[in-house]
Design a protein around this ligand. Sequence first.
Ligand code: GLA
Length: 359
Amino acid sequence: MSDFQQIFGTAPKAEASAPGRVNLLGEHTDYSDGFVLPTAIPQHTTVGLGLSADALHHFYSEQLDEQVTVLESEETDRTPSGFASYIFGCVRILEREGYTIPHLNLYVTSSVPIGSGLSSSAALEVATLRGLRALLNLPLDDVQIAQMAQQAEIHYAGVQCGIMDQMASSLADTEHMLFLDTRTLESQVLPFPRGAEVVVIDSGAPRTLAASGYNERRADCEEAARLLGVKALRDITGVEAVGGLPEPLRRRARHVVSENNRVLEAVRGVPAERFGELMNASHASLRDDYEVSVPALDALVGILQETPGVFGARLTGAGFGGACVALVAQGKAGEMAKDVLERYSRAGYAGKLLVPAVS
Ligand code: GLA
């Protein structure tokens, strides 16, 4: 990292990376203790770390060309905002666990798009914790890193997220799907459906309502579970069981229960065609029952679904904007995406191909 040298005047003492993720199936299930099926994307975040020469943390983001200085002491706990909040959150969570963290120089460089729903924040948290593990020789495994990254996000970035993104960033690779039980944190790496590859296209729609909408959906699920007398909606296995709930809780719960069942079917090793149908059904459920889609996402998913060579497509991540994921016939991604983006732009939108990554 020669850029670290330019900013901080010394070479970094440790370096670490972590990828963004895209979720193939199992959306809005993790905070109901459910099942998810993400994969890592090639875009990743890298941090370089060294020791600060003064009693301050210095965090620099190359993507934003911004340097943030954080005064940290026992008495003050002023959380910085923006990218620095994720890094500072990781430092604080480690300290809470009893580790002593020296004042740091930390340089971030990332190719994970911000605001597309591909977990740029989880990639930054996991890269930071991996970097600190390397710098300080901390005895942490990858699941512990994901758990601490999630705590950093909840307590210092203020998002009541589940654990999918941090587990995906910490455990997944780009060659497999990661099947994760978010209750037990047991995970399994599985091959993609035979003859298929993953395409991710950004809809160009900003995720403006994501934070408030996310927390509302989460509260709906908790209320539905309470009314049904279970710990979490994961404990309901058949959609009939949610029929007596008041609206909109009935539809929210129906999404979670049916989505968990789609993941469980997908991991039994279904062919790409069936996997695609499950993705299409997931989108319909997120649009109609969970109500986290927007017109741009529906338009893009609609175009994808009618394109030859596409097995299935859906919005991915929290929704309200951001990216769509599709499963397509292997080797067809480039040509297919070109055609889809042209039609999407004729419909009045501006999309962007994110995976396969164009260098
Ligand atoms: C965001 C959260 C995740 C998960 C998804 C929706 O990415 O960070 O924990 O809830 O939304 O599936």
